[in-house]
Write a protein that binds this ligand. Structure first.
Ligand SMILES: C[S@@+](CC[C@H](N)C(=O)[O-])C[C@H]1O[C@@H](n2cnc3c(N)ncnc32)[C@H](O)[C@@H]1O
Ligand SMILES: Nc1nc2[nH]cc(C(=O)O)c2c(=O)[nH]1
Ligand code: SF4
Ligand SMILES: [Mg+2]
Length: 212
């Protein structure tokens, strides 16, 4: 039976994308295939702009979960007893598709959750995920070229926007890269949305609000 390594898990509002503002349990899986997560490796990683600590299982609400039912029960406890809408869980990381499997999808659905994922797209998503958000990284081979939301962190030298526009997504989002050049990156993202109206601007609203 699969076990799951989770860096942290918490209740917040989805900060990004077409579903920004929605109450959600975030489950952040440990580990990624495009960066070790160690600063000494950042400059040589495929993905060099990551804003997230996904190393280990020591964060709030993190740990090793022996099976899918245990992780689904943990997510349910974080959601609590809120009425009026279907419980919503966002699977992220690190790269969640290194660990997410059919057993976990079934267990979360059995617990009543609608399931979203945030992935770099280099591993195919298993069937049954209700909202697939893919965020492509220059220099990686994306295999998951269909889904609900393509979220392009911008600017990224080496990305072919014409090629991305041929992928099969319901929504195309552009998100400014959060780094030392944020003001210029924000302007570049606005310019992309202004020149290519397929794309909509999304901001990391949780950072503005002081949410996790
Ligand atoms: C930390 S990643 C985890 C999920 C998955 N590994 C991925 O890259 O999509 C979550 C989201 O944050 C975005 N992201 C990471 N670092 C960022 C940064 N410095 N600025 C803006 N977005 C960033 C990613 O592109 C992705 O959409
Ligand atoms: N509030 C909040 N919204 C998010 N949307 C995507 C996130 C991620 O790190 O995957 C994220 C996150 O870390 N926090
Ligand atoms: S692929 Fe995602 S988790 Fe991995 S280093 Fe890049 S942004 Fe971070
Ligand atoms: Mg984040």
């Amino acid at each position: 039976m699969a076990s799951y390594a989770v860096k942290e898990a918490f209740l917040t509002l989805q900060g990004e994308g077409r579903r920004a503002g929605r109450r959600a349990v975030f489950v952040r899986f440990a580990g990624c295939n495009l960066w070790t997560g160690r600063e000494k490796d950042r400059a040589t990683a495929v993905c060099r702009f990551c804003d997230t600590d996904f190393v280990g299982t020591d964060g709030d609400g993190g740990g090793r979960f022996a099976d899918a039912a245990a992780l689904a029960a943990h997510a349910s406890a974080l959601w609590g007893v809120a009425e009026g809408a279907r419980p919503y869980v966002v699977l992220t990381g690190g790269e969640p598709l290194l660990q997410v499997d059919a057993a976990l999808i079934d267990a979360l659905h059995d617990a009543g959750f609608e399931i979203a994922i945030e992935s770099n797209g280099t591993i195919a998503a298993p069937a049954g995920i209700d909202w697939v958000c893919i965020s492509p990284k220059a220099g990686s081979a994306v295999v998951q070229t269909r889904g609900d939301e393509l979220k392009l962190v911008w600017p990224q030298p080496g990305i072919d926007i014409d090629a991305l526009e041929r992928w099969d997504f319901a929504n195309f989002l552009v998100q400014p890269m959060d780094d030392a050049d944020y003001p210029a990156n924000r302007d570049a993202a606005v310019a992309l949305a202004m020149t290519r109206p397929l794309w909509r601007l999304t901001l990391q609203t949780h950072k503005m609000l002081g949410l996790r």
